[in-house]
Design a protein around this ligand. Structure first.
Ligand SMILES: Nc1ncnc2c1ncn2[C@@H]1O[C@H](COP(=O)(O)OP(=O)(O)OP(=O)(O)O)[C@@H](O)[C@H]1O
Length: 143
């Protein structure tokens, strides 16, 4: 299995709820390493660009309002099969459908405010990491 990198966002509801440490613990327990991290207050343009693929969806404005409602913690995670592993431990987009023991089952309240984001493919991971991080803001390979 290949060593991959993926982008994580701990969203404003989970940052506000004081769940950063608990969520980082889930990442590390799953064998994912945090190789880059920064806390940001997104504005409408930065949040909108990140979710540009959803620009035509009815929830786009609400999604931007939520993502700019407080600070987010963006991180780069590294590990074997990191993209799929991270999606697995996040759980389904809708926390009501998320499997027991997943981050969204434990820390999210609704589909609109669902605690975390994770890249869904190698292509989106590359785009999303470079959307938030310069090359010199991420550690060189750790293994
Ligand atoms: N039907 C919906 N109603 C409200 N918000 C939604 C809906 N579908 C998606 N969203 C919001 O938009 C985000 C992006 O949707 P997407 O389909 O890419 O889900 P995801 O890949 O599981 O989530 P994310 O991209 O945040 O990891 C979701 O995390 C959620 O916050």
């Amino acid at each position: 299995m290949a060593i991959e990198r993926t982008l994580s966002i701990i969203k404003p509801d989970a940052v506000g709820g004081n769940h950063i440490g608990a969520i980082y613990d889930r990442f590390e327990q799953a064998g994912l390493r945090i190789v880059g991290a920064k806390m940001l207050q997104l504005d409408d343009e930065k949040a909108g660009g990140f979710y540009a693929e959803h620009a035509e969806r009815p929830f786009y404005n609400d999604l931007k309002s939520f993502m700019t409602s407080g600070p987010v913690l963006v991180s780069v995670l590294e590990g074997e099969d990191a993209i799929a592993k991270h999606r697995d431990i996040m759980g389904a987009t809708n926390p009501k459908e998320a499997a027991e023991g997943t981050i969204r089952a434990d820390f999210a309240n609704s589909i609109d405010e669902n605690a975390v984001h994770g890249s869904d493919s190698a292509q989106s991971a590359a785009r999303e990491i470079s959307y938030f991080f310069n090359e010199d803001e991420v550690c060189p390979r750790t293994r």
